[in-house]
Design a protein around this ligand. Structure first.
Ligand code: SAM
Length: 262
């Protein structure tokens, strides 16, 4: 029997940084990866991140939110010296397997929670990437500051942090009544906010076999994330709107922040 997601009697009260390891159960992750195949995902994302890192002269990258390895594998294939970290051992196991399947890449994986990154990962990097709307899993400002400070410390003096996030301003400001539904890569996977307040966005993932999963996330406002990055010491933060990986009308679905250490 595979473990099921556990949110208890009152799921909207689950607002805890450490809960992510119980949300990414293997059946959810396997389904996601099999439906949104990597080729389609790569087509819709294009070379945005690869081009960006090359533009900055990056050679070494620490992927702190490896997940099932999509970005780590793309980075390795593009020639970046890449280390793949994640707080979930299940995710890293899947990423390692995916790496060997997709082009025979041997991922260098390290299990590490961002709040204690320096304890478990060694070295300094030209870039740290935290992609796929991952930073949203941190539920307290203290944890967000701690994680950003850990990222900052692991960058070389001229390094950059590339961190993306969903456009939560659109969800929060349009109110709970106008629901947003996201259709992924043309597949029948729908993602929509089931509950929203300033401290929680509970997303519902519906798959074509009628299975349903949830993720509880903190709805980061764009300017708030930018401010935190500046406050922990990043000198400049540039924010891009989207690389079109889903379609949702005029507003971007995602923001990508590029924070410079010097
Ligand atoms: N970047 C991948 C992608 O785009 O497919 C994975 C994104 S997935 C939404 C978020 C990942 O962040 C998960 O693998 C989760 O285990 C990891 N994560 C969440 N909070 C974390 C934390 N505090 N420390 C380390 N990893 C964390």
């Amino acid at each position: 029997m595979q473990p099921a997601q556990e949110f208890g009697d009152n799921p909207v009260e689950v607002r805890e940084t450490g809960h992510y390891t119980e949300e990414y159960v293997p059946s959810f992750v396997e389904k996601w990866d099999s439906l949104i195949d990597w080729e389609k995902r790569a087509d819709s994302e294009g070379n945005f991140f690869i081009d960006l890192l090359r533009k900055w002269g990056v050679k070494s990258v620490l992927d702190v939110a490896t997940g099932t390895g999509f970005h780590s594998v793309r980075l390795l294939a593009a020639g970046f010296d890449t280390v793949s970290a994640d707080g979930s051992a299940d995710m890293l196991a899947m990423a390692f397997e995916n790496g060997t399947k997709q082009g025979g890449h041997i991922l260098r994986v390290v299990q590490a929670d961002w709040r204690w990154l320096n304890r478990d990962v060694h070295g300094e990097y030209d870039a740290i990437v935290c992609l796929g709307n991952s930073f949203t899993h941190l539920f307290s400002e203290r944890d967000r500051r701690k994680a950003l400070a850990e990222f900052y410390a692991m960058l070389k003096h001229d390094g950059i942090l590339v961190l993306d996030q969903r456009n939560y301003d659109a969800i929060l400001d349009d109110g709970y009544t106008s629901k947003h539904t996201y259709y992924y890569c043309g597949e029948d996977v729908t993602v929509e906010p089931e509950y929203v307040d300033e401290g929680l966005c509970r997303m519902r993932y519906h798959f074509p076999d009628d299975s349903v999963y949830h993720l509880n996330m903190f709805p980061l406002r764009k300017d708030y994330t930018r401010r935190l990055m500046s406050e922990v010491g990043f000198q400049r933060v540039e924010t891009y709107g989207d690389f079109q990986h889903t379609y949702r009308g005029e507003q971007p679905d995602f923001f990508v922040h590029v924070a410079q250490k010097e």
